[in-house]
Design a protein around this ligand. Structure first.
Ligand code: ASP
Ligand code: MG
Length: 421
């Protein structure tokens, strides 16, 4: 029998919610208002730090250590500014430089990438921890590498979800020591069997929060966003968006498969398996509407859902001898996609070719073509747009895509999807 910690909630704060000193103060005030003790607080890297670290990494690969060191220094300075403004005692210089040094000596590029970019989450969690500690919270910092074990697939590592209960044992112990305890830990990263840092793929912190919730048997997970819950469309693109207040797990999984970017695609499934609700709410307005993703069998949103995905690539592939695309070919295609870490947004097959639509990513595309081998021809069309309308009318879709060139269309009674040039 496993023991459980009562009333435990996992909170996840993304990059935007910890982007500067004021944002960190806001996280504290949210915890003050909403905390049912104890809690696990999962944090992403501050603001756009992960993008910047990726940039430093490509400099390391192309121009070497000294140049990368210079660039990294800007990230260090930005973090130290936040630290000074929060009046906490912390020096992150060593943390970042150690990550760069470790990254520099690794031959495997993906492993080297993971080692460096993980420093963003190491830094942000240290800052939040130190701030909460300085304000007398009963808070502990735990390295998530001691909790979440992944496979060796660097850059898009996988977790054996059937082992989460075992992985969470020590964390449950730590949380049960005090009824007001908070544990701050990193999202996005884990540890491989050989002891190396791994990452779960970009934007993976939501998934980390879900994994940790399953590992500790949480009551619910709250993902704090800069939007009031899950909206029926991206407010940067569509006007008059509405919050979906209740959403069934399966519907949420479906929407994230189509490309709804509010939550990371892998997040919902493990929570559905254990019946742990996922709440999406705004860190900017505690009174705003929120979304509860849980078991709402058969319930569908009462208004159309629009999922717009800019910058997708269509990769058409087929056997080089122009033979038929048989099941044996398809098996190798799917395993190549998996190896390349590509999340398929849409696919379509004919007798002689197979079209795969995914978020444009040149590195992954190259990796995929390499994995597919010489017996396969391929043709990529990049910079396309994918629009999915769920629970809308035919007329609505026509109106939205008027005067656009439709390269591919898929329809079901509930959903219309169009790939646009
Ligand atoms: N910091 C990582 C990223 O920006 C993970 C996350 O934010 O979820 O991709
Ligand atoms: Mg982030």
């Amino acid at each position: 029998m496993q023991f459980r910690v009562q009333n435990l909630i996992v909170h996840k704060f993304g990059g935007a919610s910890v982007k500067d000193a004021d944002a960190v103060r806001n996280v504290e005030s949210i915890l003050q208002n909403c905390l049912v003790y104890p809690a696990v607080v999962v944090v992403s890297a501050m603001g756009k730090t992960t993008n910047k670290l990726e940039q430093v990494f490509s400099t390391l690969v192309s121009d070497g250590y000294d140049k990368a060191f210079e660039e990294l220094n800007e990230i260090v300075i930005a973090h130290q500014k936040v630290i000074d403004s929060l009046s906490i005692e912390l020096d992150l210089h060593e943390l970042f430089i150690t990550a760069l040094k470790k990254s520099n000596v690794l031959d495997d590029l993906d492993a080297a990438y993971d080692e460096l970019v993980a420093s963003g989450e190491d830094a942000s969690t240290k800052i939040l921890y130190a701030y909460l500690y300085s304000n007398s919270w009963d808070v502990e910092w735990r390295d998530v590498r001691g909790i979440i074990e992944t496979d060796e697939r660097h850059n898009s590592a996988r977790v054996d979800e059937s082992r989460l209960d075992e992985m969470g044992l020590n964390l449950r112990g730590l949380l049960s020591e005090s009824s007001r305890r908070i544990v701050v830990t990193q999202g996005f990263i884990g540890k491989s069997p050989s002891g190396r840092t791994t990452t779960l793929g970009r934007e993976g912190s939501d998934y980390s929060a879900a994994l940790l919730a399953c590992a500790v048997g949480a009551e619910e997970v709250v993902i704090w966003k800069d939007v009031p819950g899950m909206l029926n469309a991206d407010p940067r693109i569509f006007e008059g968006t509405q919050t979906v207040e209740e959403l069934d797990y399966s519907e949420a999984i479906e929407l994230s498969y189509y490309g709804a970017s509010v939550i990371h695609p892998r997040t919902v499934k493990p929570l559905q398996n254990l019946g742990i609700p996922l709440i999406v709410r705004s860190f900017m307005d505690l009174n705003a509407k929120q979304t509860r993703i849980a078991r709402f069998p058969g319930q569908i949103p009462s208004f159309p859902m629009y999922i717009y995905r800019p910058n997708v690539t269509r990769l058409s592939i087929g056997p080089s001898d122009r033979s038929f695309v048989g099941e044996d070919h398809l098996t190798s295609v799917f395993s190549a996609l998996d190896d390349a870490g590509i999340h398929v947004r849409m696919m379509q097959n004919s007798a002689v070719k197979f079209d795969i639509i995914f978020d444009s990513n040149k590195d992954k595309e190259v990796k995929l073509i390499e994995k597919l081998g010489e017996e396969v021809w391929s043709k990529a069309t990049r910079g396309l747009e994918l629009l999915t309308v769920r629970y809308g009318s035919e007329e609505l879709v026509e109106k939205l895509t008027a005067k656009r060139e439709v390269l591919m269309e898929q329809k079901s009674p509930s959903t219309v999807r169009r790939l646009l040039a």
